[in-house]
Write a protein that binds this ligand. Sequence first.
Ligand SMILES: NC(=O)c1ccc[n+]([C@@H]2O[C@H](COP(=O)([O-])OP(=O)(O)OC[C@H]3O[C@@H](n4cnc5c(N)ncnc54)[C@H](O)[C@@H]3O)[C@@H](O)[C@H]2O)c1
Length: 341
Amino acid sequence: MVKVGLIGLGFMGYTHYQIYKKNRRAKVVAIGDYNRDKLEGDWSSVGGNLGDMAREKEDLSGIKTYANPLDMLGDPNVDVVDICLPTDLHHDMAIQALKSGKHVFSEKPMARNFKEAQEIAKAAGRAKGFYMVGHCIRFWPEYEVAKQIVDSGKYGRVEEVFLRRVANPPTYGDKNWFMNATRSGGGELDLHIHDADYALYLLGKPKRVWAWGSKGPSGGIDVVHAGLEYPRNVHVNIIGGWAYHAPFPFNMEFCIRCEKATLHYDMQEGKPLTIYTAAGKVIVPKVPAGTGWERELDYFLKCVEKNEKPTVVTAQSSLESVRLIDAEMRSIAAGKAVDYR
Ligand SMILES: NC(=O)c1ccc[n+]([C@@H]2O[C@H](COP(=O)([O-])OP(=O)(O)OC[C@H]3O[C@@H](n4cnc5c(N)ncnc54)[C@H](O)[C@@H]3O)[C@@H](O)[C@H]2O)c1
């Protein structure tokens, strides 16, 4: 049984808490948040897409509470620290937690900027515990199966990829931190990084990056159209952001054209992952049950249980995703393509 200390009890912290409750590998033994109501089990202020989940008072008996999450790092009962704090707080907490010898799971993005992410990667390299960032799209069933299909080479090489992730502005955050680009990095770092990370996971590093971005309600770049250029004329196009007017619904979609088939998924349309083959067949492959959030946490718990370093998401690959966002930012500012490798 892996004993978890959860830091930050907002939308993601509460989501993780619910997942751990159902996962037989884990037990939440400690929680940390500066909001004392939450430490008493009153999570009615939690926002996001939780529906009625957080309306009941949670029974936290047997769980240690920390108003200063740093104090949790000295708790010998905690094996894993799970950081679900706002993005600008990831850096300090991750470094302290790694120094304390705990295993660390951190929500994405790894950090607010490339320099901070580099410092975390360095600390992770020296740490006794494992470190993994919650790049949940690598574990999201449709995306995971699409990557397996591409890697199998069954339909030839990839020729073109389109990734789209759109939402209305998240205004539910603690002190409205998402809408402060200095803290969140805007929709570009916070939301679009899911697809930037997936592109790197699927195809590796591009040769060049060309991005266009527009400012939105966070005061930063909230919508981005990014083009990633790969050798052999392979292109990835990503549209992502959160400037769409509420109640515009969240959606994620991808289309991956290989030499001998096109793979398509559209969550909002309720369309399953579908393969259209060059031979005219339409195939709906089986995908695993669960969400990427459930699957990534289960993977990390298994790694800790078996004492095997996580390989699906590493500190270096998470750092690379922040570097790609950084390159896109430079391209947006310069109004031209930038070399990447
Ligand atoms: N993987 C995903 O799909 C996904 C989705 C949403 C958010 N996230 C990420 O998860 C992280 C958290 O986002 P969220 O939506 O849960 O935010 P949130 O605002 O809902 O929750 C943040 C929590 O941190 C607590 N907190 C803030 N400052 C603190 C401090 N100094 N000390 C102690 N506690 C503090 C708040 O009280 C709150 O409970 C962010 O990095 C975000 O980018 C990931």
